[in-house]
Design a protein around this ligand. Structure first.
Ligand code: FDA
Length: 302
């Protein structure tokens, strides 16, 4: 547990970030989790996955921009990604973060940036998924998701570790906004999030059932075999066919389970990040699994 807090704390450390992102070993270190630095590398990976029957959600890495110009450039990077998806006729979607679109600088400009990408997504028959960041952003993220979903297909993310999430899931179900259900990846105070894994898991199972019963094409995002088995069992029990929901996992994590789901005939989408600003994403992945820390040390200093 201490490693989780330590790595989540380090994920916000700018000195370590500069050092690691400019390390000559960076590519070697990140290639397991990150498709590459360029859009072309990303699209190659997504096309390859699609040949194996797996869809993708493209994530152009980057968080918390400092100017509105940078925020607009983030939106343009996603418009270019959607153009690439259309040119290659992929079934991919894109996944964005509101901090990357300038929410801390101007909520109105952020919404306009999101709308620009959502309208582009709609024009090519794709969808925009909006990642959920720390609890400081939950209300703002859901507000933007609701506004943007009036203009084109949007999926929002709900984190099972938050106490508030049942109400949020029920609201999204009422509004017919598709949800990606994940456990939650940030360091949260006990006042807003369950501190124990057992409670998070139990909440995840409850929300999964609500989404399968009443949600609109939900995405069940997890690598936890217990959550996966409970989902397939519940769908079978309720007669919910495999085309009414999808599983989502992160690129490079639990490839064994990924293969198994596809072989069993379930829909699977991988979240595939690309770009140079990989540090916070990478550190959150380390925080999730202590064994990854040994992997980091081995690769940084060999
Ligand atoms: P759990 O952490 O219990 O892990 C179950 C098993 O999965 C582990 O025992 C291990 O085998 C494997 N595993 C999990 N993480 C691993 C890792 N990093 N390296 C190696 N093995 C690992 N979070 C968030 O706050 N906002 C968001 O928008 C998203 N979006 C998102 C999209 C998708 C597609 C996924 C799969 C996940 C997210 N997340 C997220 C992250 C999520 O909240 C959570 O932190 C991770 O998925 C880890 O939780 P699991 O459900 O996998 O279970």
């Amino acid at each position: 547990m201490w490693t989780r807090h330590l790595f989540l704390k380090l994920s916000a450390n700018s000195t370590l970030r500069r050092w690691m992102e400019s390390s000559p070993h960076a590519r070697h270190l990140t290639e397991r989790f990150i498709a590459g630095e360029t859009l072309e590398q990303e699209l190659d990976v997504c096309a390859n996955l699609e040949q194996q029957g797996v869809w993708a959600a493209l994530d152009h890495l980057g968080e918390s921009v400092t100017t509105l110009d940078e925020a607009a450039q983030s939106a343009e990077a996603y418009v270019a990604a959607l153009d690439g998806i259309a040119a290659r006729k992929l079934a991919s979607v894109v996944s964005i973060k509101i901090t990357q679109f300038g929410v801390d600088l101007s909520p109105a400009a952020c919404l306009a940036n999101v709308v620009r990408v959502v309208e582009k997504g709609k024009s090519i028959g794709s969808r925009v998924e909006i990642d959920m960041e720390s609890s400081r952003y939950t209300d703002r993220t859901l507000y933007i998701a609701e506004q943007a979903s009036a203009l084109g297909p949007v999926r929002c993310v709900i984190q099972a570790y938050l106490h508030r999430s049942r109400a949020d899931v029920e609201r999204m179900n009422r509004l017919r906004i598709p949800v990606r259900l994940c456990k939650g990846a940030y360091d949260e105070p006990v006042t807003v999030a369950f501190p124990s894994k057992a409670d998070v898991d139990e909440h995840y199972l409850q929300l999964m059932r609500t989404l399968l019963d009443d949600g609109t094409y939900p995405a069940i995002a997890t690598h936890d075999p217990r959550m996966l088995e409970a989902t397939t069992a519940y769908a079978l029990e309720r007669g919910i066919s495999a085309d009414r929901f999808e599983f989502q996992m992160l690129y490079g994590i639990r490839r064994d389970l990924q293969r198994k789901l596809v072989e069993q005939g379930y829909r699977l989408r991988l979240y595939v990040p690309y770009g140079t600003a990989w540090y916070p994403y990478f550190m959150r992945r380390l925080a999730e699994r202590p064994a990854n820390v040994f992997f980091l040390v081995r690769n940084l200093f060999h």
